[in-house]
Ligand binder design. Structure first.
Ligand code: SDX
Length: 428
C-alpha cells in the first residue's frame, strides 16, 4: 500500500497518493490536486516534477549512475554496439543474433533517400547550420512518406517509419555537411556497418579512394552509444510533448533536434570546443575563464560543466575522457585543447564555487575533442549528438504512444493585469 502525502493549505489538509518507482524513487501524484484544493503546483524548468512513468532509462544523479533497460552505460559502451543499444532502447530487450541481423539488414535496405532531397539541400546556403538542415530534412520525410503522418497506423507501419529514419539520419547528416563544404554528396553504402557508412559519406570524395579507419569507426560507435538516451532531458521531453498531440514521429523528432541545438543542451559540445579554442588563443589562461564563469555579472558559463540531474560525475564524461586519451594516442593526434580541458577540469573540481554547486564535467566536456580527432568539424558536433540520441527519442516517443499518454498541457500562475475596461487612448 503506497504512502499518503498530506498537504496542509490554511486550515484544510489534503491527502495525495504517492507512488514508488522500481529504483525506489518516491513521487507525489498531484493529478487531482486542483480538483481537491483549487491549487496547482509550479516548478519552472520542471526541476522537481516528473512528467511521465518510463521503463527505458534510469539516472541516479547523486551516484552518477546511468542504465538503459537495467544495463549500465559502462557495460553497454564496452561490450555492445550502437544498433544493438538502439534495439534495446526501442524494444526493451537485447536482440538475439537473428533479431540484430534482421534489424541491421532492414536499416541497410532503407539508407537511400529520395533524389528530391538534393533539391531541398540546394535551397540551403553553405552558411546554413547543419542542425537546421537536419531538422528540415527529417520533417521533409512526412512529404515523402505521407502515411507516416498518422501515428495511429498499425505497429508494423510505425515500425517501418522508425526503421526508415534510423537508416536515413546518417545520410541526412553527411549530406548536410557536404552541402556546407560544397562537395558532391556520397551515396550510402549498405555493405558497410552503420558508422563506417556514415564516415564514408562524410569524408569520401568522387574519384578518390577512401578507406574507413576501424579505430575511428569504433570510437564513433561508442560515442553514439553514450548519447543514445538520457530519460526526460529537454529534447526528449520536447519529442514527447509534440508527440502527445498525435503529431507524427518525424514532426516530433524534428522538434527534438531543434531543442537539442541550444547551447545549454546538445549545442554545448560545440560551445565547449569554441571555449577551449578561445582559452588557447588567449594564452591558455584557464584561471581567467574560471573567474568569468564564477562572475555573476558575466554571462560566460563553463561549457560542458554542470548538469540538471548529475550532482556527481556524469558517467559518460568519465568514459569519454578515458576514450579521448586512447583514441588520440591511437590516431597519433596531439590536440593542445585536450590538455587545456584537463587543466580546466582539475582546477574547477578543486574550486569552492564549482564544488559547492556540484558542478562536474558532463557528456559534452570531452566529446568534442574526440569528434575533432575523428575529423568531424565543430559545427557538426551537435549533429553527432542528434545521431546518437535518435534511438532514445524514438523509444520515448513509442513508449508515450503505447501508454496512451494525454496531450501535454501545463498550467500557469497568471501574473498579468487583472480585469479592466477598454479605453481608447489612440485618439482615433
Ligand atoms: C546536456 O538533461 C540532460 O540529461 C541533458 C544531457 C543529455 O544527455 O540529454 O545530459 C545533455 O545537455 C548536458 C549539459 C550541457 N550543457 C552545458 O554544458 C552548458 C553549461 N551548463 C549549464 O548551463 C548548466 O549547468 C545546465 C544547463 C546544464 C544545468 O542548469 P540548471 O540545472 O538549471 O542549474 P542552474 O542553471 O540553476 O545552475 C545552478 C547554479 C547557478 O549558480 P547560483 O545561481 O546557484 O549562484 O550553478 C551555476 C549557476 O550559475 N552554474 C554554472 C554552470 N552551470 C551551473 N556556473 C558556471 N558554469 C556552469 N557551466
Amino acid at each position: 500500500m503506497s504512502e499518503i502525502a498530506e498537504l496542509k493549505i490554511g486550515d484544510k489538509t489534503y491527502e495525495l497518493p504517492t507512488e514508488v518507482g522500481s529504483e525506489k524513487e518516491l513521487a507525489i501524484n498531484v493529478g487531482k490536486l486542483r480538483a481537491q484544493s483549487g491549487a496547482i503546483t509550479i516548478d519552472p524548468g520542471f526541476k522537481n516534477t516528473g512528467s511521465t512513468r518510463s521503463a527505458i532509462t534510469f539516472l541516479d544523479g547523486e551516484q552518477g549512475i546511468l542504465r538503459h533497460r537495467g544495463y549500465s552505460i559502462e557495460e553497454l559502451a564496452e561490450k555492445s554496439s550502437f544498433l544493438e543499444v538502439s534495439y534495446l532502447l526501442i524494444f526493451g530487450e537485447l536482440p538475439t543474433a537473428t533479431q540484430l541481423e534482421e534489424f541491421q539488414s532492414e536499416i541497410a535496405d532503407h539508407m537511400l533517400v529520395h533524389e528530391d532531397i538534393k533539391k531541398i539541400l540546394d535551397g540551403f546556403p553553405a552558411s546554413a547550420h547543419p542542425m537546421g538542415v537536419l531538422s528540415s530534412l527529417v520533417t521533409s520525410q512526412t512529404a515523402f512518406y505521407p502515411e507516416s503522418l498518422d501515428p495511429n497506423r498499425s505497429s508494423k507501419e510505425v515500425m517501418l517509419s522508425i526503421i526508415r529514419i534510423i537508416a536515413k539520419m546518417p545520410t541526412f547528416a553527411a549530406w548536410a555537411y557536404k552541402n556546407e563544404i560544397g562537395q558532391p554528396v556520397i551515396y550510402p553504402d549498405s555493405n558497410l556497418d552503420y558508422c563506417s557508412n556514415f564516415l564514408k559519406m562524410m569524408f569520401a570524395r568522387p574519384g578518390m579512394n577512401y578507406e574507413v579507419d576501424p579505430v575511428v569507426a569504433k570510437a564513433l560507435d561508442t560515442l553514439l552509444i553514450l548519447h543514445a538516451d538520457h530519460e526526460q532531458n529537454c529534447s526528449t521531453s520536447t519529442v514527447r510533448i509534440v508527440g502527445s498531440s498525435q503529431a507524427s514521429l518525424y514532426a516530433s523528432l524534428s522538434a527534438g533536434i531543434n531543442a537539442l541545438w541550444g547551447p545549454l543542451h546538445g549545442g554545448a559540445n560545440q560551445a565547449v570546443i569554441e571555449m577551449l579554442e578561445a582559452i588557447k588563443e588567449d594564452g591558455g589562461d584557464t584561471d581567467k575563464y574560471l573567474a568569468k564563469a564564477k562572475d555573476k555579472n558575466d554571462p560566460f558559463r563553463l561549457m560542458g560543466f554542470g548538469h540538471r540531474v548529475y550532482k556527481n560525475f556524469d558517467p559518460r564524461a568519465r568514459i569519454i575522457k578515458k576514450a579521448a586519451d586512447e583514441v588520440l594516442e591511437k590516431l597519433g593526434v596531439n590536440d593542445p585543447v585536450l590538455e587545456i580541458a584537463k587543466g580546466l577540469e582539475e582546477k574547477a573540481l578543486n574550486d569552492e564555487y564549482f564544488v559547492q554547486r556540484s558542478l562536474y564535467p558532463n557528456v559534452d566536456f570531452y566529446s568534442g575533442i574526440i569528434y575533432r580527432a575523428l575529423g568531424i568539424p565543430t559545427e557538426m558536433f551537435t549533429v553527432m549528438f542528434a545521431l546518437g540520441r535518435l534511438p532514445g527519442w524514438i523509444a520515448q516517443w513509442k513508449e508515450m504512444r503505447e501508454n496512451g499518454e494525454p496531450i501535454g498541457r501545463p498550467r500557469q500562475v497568471y501574473t498579468g493585469a487583472t480585469s479592466r475596461s477598454y479605453v481608447d487612448i489612440s485618439g482615433r
